[in-house]
Design a protein around this ligand. Structure first.
Ligand code: CTP
Ligand code: MG
Length: 240
């Protein structure tokens, strides 16, 4: 059923917005004994919270979730959702495999927008997602959510401070990161993905300068056990 929803209609020419959610990590730093995207917070898994943000947004046409090939946790998907069992050994590989699978299955055309979003960023405010779509969906260079760095930055020299790094002009990258399919596929087609920590860095390596769109400090990534407390509060607040 979901295939019918996501499949491009014959003659359809308007670009669509496809969310691609890499959810094939093991969550080593979080250390829950299972992948952190399957930890339940306020009655739903972290992944389900992330999926609900996109399925509830009127401008998102389709959601693709990239799972580990041996994922035994995923349960239910909405009819806007496609499951791709092709997660890789790194986040970048998972995204590359997901994009290639969408193209191979005819689910993403060259000019469709793909919004890559970490399953672990389950508190993304809908307004921030709307802002990214408003500012970057029509831009050939694509764009990402990011926030200006708020803290003073220190470069370490062993256990000591080597220097203070001026923070002016520095932004912290978040997700979603939005790019047209053809650009993203080309950027991720490099042999060595080890330097690719986010999609933007792969696109930058092609000499393209994606837009910085103001994100939100609530769009944090569940990474360490201590992040769960804040995520729990943010998700509880959202449900009010
Ligand atoms: N991810 C993925 N495939 C991988 C590694 C990560 O799809 N091989 C996904 C994660 O599931 C997560 C997102 O990429 O939604 C961000 O990665 P991260 O926070 O690093 O998650 P993990 O890799 O699972 O955590 P850790 O690095 O602590 O093991
Ligand atoms: Mg990781």
């Amino acid at each position: 059923m979901f295939m019918a929803y996501c499949k491009r209609k014959r003659g359809e020419s308007v670009s669509r917005n496809i969310a691609l959610i890499p959810a094939a990590g093991v969550g080593e730093r979080f250390g829950a004994g299972k992948p952190k995207q399957y930890v339940e917070i306020n009655g739903k898994t972290v992944l389900q919270h992330a999926l609900d943000i996109f399925s509830g947004h009127p401008e998102i046409d389709c959601i693709a979730v990239v799972l580990a090939p041996d994922d035994g946790f995923f349960q239910t998907a909405s009819d806007k959702t496609v499951l791709l069992h092709c997660g890789g050994g790194s986040r970048a590989e998972t995204v590359r495999n997901g994009v290639n699978a969408l193209v191979a299955q005819g689910l993403a055309a060259d000019t469709d927008n793909i919004l890559v979003h970490d399953a672990a960023r389950c508190c993304l405010p809908a307004e921030a997602l709307s802002r990214l779509l408003d500012e970057a969906a029509d831009q050939a260079c694509g764009g990402i959510l990011a926030v200006p760095v708020a803290d003073t930055l220190k470069r370490a020299q062993g256990k000591q401070i080597g220097e203070t790094v001026p923070r002016s002009g520095l932004w912290q990258a978040q997700t979603p990161q939005l790019f047209q399919t053809a650009l993203l596929q080309r950027a991720l087609s490099v042999e060595d993905l080890s330097a690719v920590t986010d999609e933007a860095s792969a696109v930058e390596a092609l000499g393209i300068k994606p837009l910085l769109v103001r994100g939100d400090s609530r769009n944090l990534k569940l990474t360490l056990p201590q992040d769960e407390y804040i995520v729990r509060l943010l998700l509880a607040d959202k449900n009010k």
